[in-house]
Design a protein around this ligand. Structure first.
Ligand code: ZN
Ligand code: ZN
Length: 422
């Protein structure tokens, strides 16, 4: 699952508010966010997604929002910082702002993030500065992120096509065509192209819950991934819980945190991951691209890591803290998911993680453990839940991937064959 949209920024506007944009906004507010009448909303949005953020603002007020506050980000401003700011700037983040956001969540606000950034914005920048800026921001946003990952509030992340993002997905097209094609792909993957999107979402949500329930009943001790250069055994945390689709927040509001979503996911055991894994898609990490990631785990920890592009970024990412070398999430997605069937590489985690089975380095979701609310951080760690400043999903699934469920007694049974549920 995707939790954080950090440094999310995009270039040049000109979207038109259409009926479909209104529909997306309505589904985002009512189904994704589950905004309660009288609830406050804090939205984060790249400045180039203004038409969608306004459509969402309208729908939020119509749904009874008490106050909608949008924090806009600007890609050009980010680039100006990298061009002109003093070196010390990159160890600093606006903690006061993150504290304010956390205070809003604690006083009852919901969170909506719009994603649509240029996946390669920082590709030409000094990787060391990018890494330091990310680390500073991760530290500063620990407060709000904790409230989000523990589902203390209702929240969701939704996409918006922007020219910079569209250009990366459709490099051969004119800017207008690229944006139009990206919107088509977004509407299809968000189930907005059928006659009744709300009913389609309810049915899809029920399906994901059923899949998670099946896995919870099996109580596997581990999963074994084989294929596409991967031979990886992922031990699952003690008392792990599979989740998929919507979640009831601890504030009593039901939300679907990622739209689109196709995954069922749980918490791996931070000390019980063994073997080699190869990424099946490139990763856009904080505006930089990492390609052909390959890592080897021993006793849960990455002991070897390589990439054909962006290896320095990969190294600084896994060097963020001790937990950054360990897994915090494992997720299963069939190769036939609508996003996967589009055949597109979106260069955006919200989409690409829902096109393939994936693992995430870093912070675990404590909601993926039974009775997590009553457990202290030490107790969570003892069950195998990882702790880190980062949470980075990367894709390992493919139509060649086989996955077995391994029971506590070592017996194994097929879960996925050639990328599909058995
Ligand atoms: Zn995930
Ligand atoms: Zn994730």
């Amino acid at each position: 699952m995707l939790t954080a949209i950090i440094m999310d920024v995009a270039t040049s506007p000109t979207l038109e508010i259409t009926d479909q944009l209104t529909l997306l906004a309505e589904v985002a507010v009512r189904i994704g966010l589950g905004l309660k009448p009288g609830q406050e909303l804090v939205m984060t949005a790249p400045i180039d997604t203004l038409p969608l953020s306004r459509a969402i603002t309208e729908q939020a007020y119509k749904a009874g929002a008490s106050l909608v506050t949008t924090l806009f980000s600007d890609e050009e401003a980010t680039l100006l910082r990298f061009r002109h700011a003093a070196d010390e700037s990159f160890d600093y983040a606006a903690e006061w702002l993150q504290d304010g956001v956390a205070a809003a969540y604690r006083s009852g606000a919901a969170r909506l993030a719009i994603t649509g950034s240029n996946p390669a914005l920082l590709a030409g920048q000094d990787p060391d500065k990018v890494a330091r800026a990310n680390l500073a921001l991760s530290k500063a946003s620990r407060g709000p992120l904790e409230l989000i990952t523990r589902h203390k509030i209702n929240w969701t992340i939704v996409p918006c096509a922007t020219p910079a993002w569209a250009a990366q997905v459709f490099p051969g097209e004119t800017p207008e065509r690229a944006v139009a094609r990206l919107w088509d792909a977004i509407f299809a993957s968000m189930r907005l192209d059928g006659p009744d999107p709300v009913a389609a979402w309810r049915a899809h949500d029920a399906n994901l819950h059923k899949r998670a329930q099946f896995l919870n009943d099996r109580r596997y001790a581990a999963l074994h991934f084989r294929g596409s250069g991967t031979d990886l055994r992922v031990g699952l945390a003690d008392d792990h819980l599979w989740l998929g689709g919507g979640t009831l927040g601890r504030n009593g509001a039901y939300c679907i945190p990622n739209m689109p979503t196709e995954e069922v996911f749980t918490t791996p055991h931070k000390d019980r991951v063994e073997g080699t894994v190869r990424a099946t898609k490139p990763l856009s990490y904080q505006g930089m691209l990492i390609e052909n990631i390959q890592v080897r785990f021993e006793a849960g920890r990455i002991v070897e890591a390589s990439a054909t592009q962006g290896e320095t970024i990969l190294e600084s990412m896994i060097g963020s803290d001790d937990g950054a070398r360990r897994l915090g999430e494992v997720a299963l997605v069939p190769a036939s998911s609508p996003i996967s069937k589009s055949g597109l590489l979106f260069w955006n985690t919200l989409f690409d993680e829902n096109a393939a089975s994936h693992i995430a380095l870093g912070q675990a979701y404590s909601t993926c453990l039974r009775d997590a609310e009553s457990l202290s951080p030490d107790e969570l760690a003892a069950k195998g839940a990882n702790d880190s400043l980062i949470h980075v999903d990367w894709m390992i699934g493919s139509p060649e991937m086989n996955v077995d469920g391994i029971a506590a007694d070592g017996a194994s049974e097929p879960l996925m064959r050639n990328g599909e549920w058995v």
